[in-house]
Design a protein around this ligand. Structure first.
Ligand code: URA
Length: 316
């Protein structure tokens, strides 16, 4: 009997620790438990169920005639505790060493894509059904745009800049007289930085990557630059600029935007992120600032610039 009671108590404790708040108990079992408690109060030991032998030493008083306690069956849990969300900014392993095979640009880029997709750290930070994201575009591109990190749309499609900011970036590229497929678009990060989100639910919102996350992914961006060999890079927004120039190099983007810098031996233009242009107030003054940066890029790669292009966003 004691054995049965102990087993019952242990099981209830275990369930409680696991987060179970209620258990189903039959009327019969409740009645039997009540009898045990009452018998105890009177200094009487209630009868043991048939399958739980009671040590003779514990029989200290006459038994009352009651129905045996039913064998205890653990109830189906009514509450499943959810694992705690992953902490943000946890320790990461050292950045990967990227070694690509010899061959033409496309062969090397394909090998890089395989490496990134199979990177255990990248994969561990991607929610089920979502994707690790590498850059996209022409391996012959002269211009490489570098953004921050995949967002909700990008991690679904496995491609950078396919959401609203991406649509605007595509329009900016077209305004330069180019097609999106003619340039290369990458990100500092290869996964969408996580926010605490219950399992099975969609992440709401984005956060900028930590310095450690950017450091981890940077070898993959360097490898893309090494494969594509663009004439120049354009950092879109403060996070990309911090990732490429260093987090301590500026406080406000205005300190570095619109000027030429250098990264990995390539000229680097810094401009605002397209999402900044989408944020109210949406005005031509902001658009003009970005456009002036892009005119400098066009001049540097010797793209033709029409008079109309030179005056974009000046007159409205
Ligand atoms: N913003 C970025 O910086 N990168 C993307 O891929 C999408 C949105």
């Amino acid at each position: 009997m004691r054995t049965a009671l102990q087993a019952l108590t242990d099981e209830l404790r275990r369930l409680k620790t696991a987060g179970v708040k209620t258990v189903a108990v039959s009327d019969e079992s409740v009645a039997a438990l009540r009898r045990i408690v009452q018998a105890r109060a009177r200094g009487v030991v209630a009868p043991a169920p048939a399958d739980t032998p009671e040590p003779a030493a514990s029989v200290s008083a006459p038994r009352t005639a009651t129905a045996p306690l039913k064998a205890y069956e653990p109830p189906a849990p009514v509450y499943t505790p959810k694992p705690a969300p992953k902490p943000v900014g946890e320790a990461l392993p050292p950045p990967p060493t990227v070694t690509l095979p010899a061959g033409d640009k496309q062969t090397r880029w394909n090998a890089l894509l395989e490496l990134v997709r199979n990177d255990a750290t990248c994969k561990a930070h991607v929610r089920p059904g979502k994707q690790v994201v590498l850059g996209v575009g022409s391996v012959e591109a002269k211009i490489m745009f570098v953004g921050e990190a995949p967002g909700a749309e990008e991690e679904i499609h496995g491609e950078p800049f396919v959401g609203p900011a991406g649509e605007l970036l595509t329009k900016m590229i077209q305004a330069m007289g180019l097609k999106r497929a003619e340039i290369y678009i990458g990100n500092i990060m290869n996964w969408r930085p996580e926010l605490p989100t219950p399992p099975g639910e969609a992440q709401i919102g984005n956060r900028p990557p930590t310095e450690a996350e950017m450091r981890y992914c940077l070898p993959y961006l360097r490898a893309q630059i090494d494969v594509v060999k663009p004439d120049l890079l354009v950092a879109l927004g403060a996070t990309a600029a911090h990732g490429l120039l260093g987090v301590d190099t500026f406080k406000a983007l205005g300190e570095v935007r619109g000027r030429w810098h250098e990264f990995g031996g390539k000229p680097l233009m810094v401009t605002y992120h397209p999402s900044y242009l989408l944020r109210p107030p949406v005005d031509n003054r902001k658009k003009r600032l970005v456009w002036e940066d892009l005119l400098k890029v066009m001049e540097r790669v010797a793209l033709p610039i029409s008079d109309k292009q030179r005056t974009f966003f000046l007159d409205k």
